[in-house]
Design a protein around this ligand. Structure first.
Ligand SMILES: N[C@@H](CCC[C@H](N)C(=O)O)C(=O)O
Length: 298
């Protein structure tokens, strides 16, 4: 049997996707951190910001603990790894690509996804659906602010808001020219506030929310376990919350509004409400192929 893969992206946040419906192709002891790092290598591997294993929840040892009562409702599980081999709780671009792969691989009927299907993640169940325009949406759950911190880049401090989207973010609204920031290294952060590490967003507000009009922001992101990426879906959601909160009379409270988020790899849209956060954007499969025995042996 071949070791089939797909390469795909959501707003250029790119992933190696490994179909493993019955959990027997890529169990954790085979898809270990070292193999994930090799797959994500851009010169000697396939290249990607991470790996998505497409597997039924019942074959994932972690699934009962992270899905609880929702285990039976989540047929599929997005087993996400960062490029360094670490697990992340959630991936907003990855989960749209995950649904797209289920559809293109014939594992789910696109028409059946209009109202969304529940997908298991290490951050809990998430509802993901296909929209009429060919893109995908995901109900990410409410943004949860948990304090304020500071990122440092080349000795310069950027104050920011800590926001959880299942995974941790530090959103720094700034007037700095985003193009001049050197994000080749992990920005400094307070590891007391972020003991598990953090994804850091640097955000320029292009248009503030106004009556009846969407807010519009631009961001660059340095991702935990990856480095600078061209997009981050959970980061876009955390950013949308923080941009609305910054203009709100109740900055720590629930927020409401739509935010258009420009990332280096394209555009995402985020609807924020007190109950939840809905992320919308594209997902693209670029190529499919087989890993060679020669590469796997090496
Ligand atoms: N790119 C992702 C987030 C991936 C996980 C992140 N690096 C983490 O460790 O939390 C997205 O689109 O949300």
């Amino acid at each position: 049997m071949s070791d089939r893969f797909l390469l795909g992206h959501g707003t250029e946040n790119d992933f190696v996707v490994l179909p493993d419906p019955d959990g027997d192709r890529w169990p954790e002891d085979r898809l270990d951190a070292a193999l994930v790092r090799c797959l994500c290598e851009r010169r000697s591997g396939l290249g990607g910001d991470g790996v998505l294993r497409v597997v039924r929840s019942r074959h994932v040892p972690d699934a009962p603990a992270v899905l609880g009562d929702h285990l039976d409702a989540c047929e599929w599980f997005m087993d996400h790894r960062n490029a360094d081999g670490s697990h992340a709780e959630m991936c907003g671009n990855g989960i749209r690509l995950f649904l797209h792969v289920l559809v293109t691989e014939g594992l789910l009927d696109r028409a059946a996804c209009a109202d969304g299907v529940l997908v298991g993640t290490r951050g809990g169940p998430r509802r993901v659906g296909a929209d009429a325009g060919g893109g995908y949406w995901v109900d990410m759950g409410p943004a949860r602010p948990f304090g304020h911190g500071e990122a440092t880049v080349a000795g310069r401090a950027f104050p920011g808001q800590a926001v959880s989207m299942g995974n941790p973010h530090l959103v720094c609204l700034t007037d700095a020219d985003l193009g001049t920031l050197d994000l080749t290294a992990q920005p400094g952060f307070d590891d007391g506030l972020f003991p598990e590490g953090v994804n850091v967003e640097f955000v320029q507000v292009l248009a503030s929310p106004a009556e009846g009009a969407d807010a519009h922001v631009r961001l660059r992101v340095h991702e935990r376990g990856v480095g600078e990426t061209r997009s981050c879906g959970t980061g876009a959601c955390a950013t949308a919350y923080a941009a609305l909160a910054a203009r709100s009379p109740e900055p720590e409270g629930p927020q409401h509004g739509t935010v258009v988020v420009d990332v280096p790899g394209g555009r995402l849209t985020v609807d924020v409400s007190p109950a939840t956060t809905v992320l919308r954007g594209p997902a693209v499969v670029v190529a499919t192929g087989d890993l060679t025995p020669e590469w796997l042996r090496a």
